[in-house]
Design a protein. Structure first.
Length: 202
């Protein structure tokens, strides 16, 4: 995922990039972008791409839709960057945009799919066919269990366990207290263990 500029139009392109953090702060990158250096926005995309996808996935529950939502959020963030009051809080501002776009997507654009859960996480290729099938089944069970959590718990567990976000950042992003973030994570993990255990018994 990257942001590119062609004349006066901003576009998003899917591409495989590594999440290599820039040595510059969000504050510096934001101000460079606002000063006319559009290339300075790319490190922000790389830095928060996975977190944006996780946030979107927690709401739309489909990886392709989450990718579209995240891409749209980065475009919106780029175009509305001048409205950001505190450049040091770019991550919180961006996650708010992702959250709103994801909710809007679910309300107005989501189409029924025959099997949205299995399409959300695809099994990677493996030499051992049986192991590949087992991995795919496990990932499907995990996502199925995740889908049964409340959206806020999905967001917290994805950001905490996949992106290693601190509770301070999660709380700021979701607009809740740090204590509530910890509670959501604890409840989500306990619920996931229970759901997965029940599937194994079945």
């Amino acid at each position: 995922m990257s942001v590119c500029r062609a004349g006066s139009r901003i576009g998003m392109q899917r591409c495989h990039i590594r999440d290599v953090p820039s040595d510059q702060s969000d504050d510096e990158l934001v101000h460079r972008t606002l000063a006319g250096d559009s290339a300075a926005f790319a490190p922000l995309v790389r830095r928060y791409r996975r977190a944006a996808l996780a946030r979107a996935l927690a709401i739309v529950l489909d990886s392709l839709d989450a990718d579209d939502v995240a891409q749209g959020a980065f475009v919106q963030a780029y175009e509305q960057l001048a409205t950001l009051r505190d450049a040091r809080r770019f991550d919180v501002w961006l996650m708010t945009i992702v959250h709103r776009r994801a909710l809007n997507f679910v309300r107005t654009e989501k189409r029924r799919r025959t099997d949205p859960l299995t399409s959300a996480i695809s099994a990677s290729a493996a030499d051992d066919a049986e192991r590949a099938l087992a991995n795919r089944a496990l990932r499907t069970r995990l996502l199925s269990a995740l889908a049964q959590l409340p959206p806020v718990q999905r967001s917290v567990v994805l950001l905490a366990d996949l992106e290693d976000w601190s509770h301070e950042r999660i709380a700021a992003s979701l607009g809740c207290s740090i204590a509530m973030s910890r509670r959501h994570l604890s409840d989500a993990r306990r619920r996931l263990r229970k759901l997965l255990a029940s599937e194994v018994r079945e």
